[in-house]
Write a new protein. Structure first.
Lengths: 115, 111
């Protein structure tokens, strides 16, 4: 059983398209996150939700819109994709807001390539 | 913004050698985490540290929470080929709800 699962694993799309990445966790955690990892492997937080409520919204273009239908799911929708959006996007979850004793559990990532 | 610098940026070592890496910041942190990322996978938590001076082990891995609370260290003893990957530190400051990740140390082990 995968704890944090993301789909799709790979996504290749053209500039200007709209795409979504889905994330689900079966750990019963309250908090979920989206991180972006660039080509230099820097991990930067984009959003976090706690029990479906938006907690963190970093300086991310408003083309990126997270949606949390319930606390086990956090999806990421991206409008008008640009070349610079190419990266690996990681979903993560934690028992509560600050990670507690367990830090974050990460999914295996979605590699987005915009051509 | 806050930044965590990891050193070294990358390292090649021989199998069986011990490895040391560190993470430093200009800010004080209340919690330090160490993660490992294998190729094509997400980071996996290795060790968590919660107070200054704390020394915690997980198998061949040992991590320390620096006394100044501005740094942390990770040691790997008797490295093996499967230790290859990227090691990230992450720090949490009081009153915030997000971990800041370090720049990563890329480890390659030569058999």
């Amino acid at each position: 059983d995968t704890a944090v699962s993301q789909t799709p694993k790979y996504l290749v799309t053209q500039m200007g398209n709209d795409k979504s990445i889905k994330c689900e966790q079966n750990l019963g955690h309250d908090t979920m996150y989206w991180y972006k990892q660039d080509s230099k492997k820097f991990l930067k937080i984009m959003f976090s939700y706690n029990n479906k409520e938006l907690i963190i919204n970093e300086t991310v273009p408003n083309r990126f819109s997270p949606k949390s239908p319930d606390k086990a799911h956090l999806n990421l929708h991206i409008n008008s994709l640009e070349l610079g959006d190419s990266a690996v996007y990681f979903c993560a979850s934690s028992p509560r807001l600050n990670g507690g004793n367990y830090g974050y559990t990460f999914g295996s990532g979605t590699r987005l390539t915009v051509v | 913004g806050q930044q965590l610098n990891q050193s070294p940026q990358s390292m090649f070592i021989q199998e069986g050698e011990d490895v040391s890496m560190n993470c430093t910041s200009s800010s004080i942190f209340n919690t330090w985490l160490w993660y490992k990322q294998d190729p094509g996978e997400g980071p996996v938590l290795l060790i968590a540290l919660y107070k200054a001076g704390e020394l915690t082990s997980n198998g061949r891995l040992t991590a320390q929470f620096g006394i100044t609370r501005k740094d942390s260290f990770l040691n790997i003893s008797a490295s093996i080929p499967s230790d290859v990957g990227i090691y990230f530190c992450a720090g949490l400051t009081s009153g915030t709800y997000k971990y800041i990740f370090g720049t990563g140390t890329r480890l390659k082990v030569l058999a």
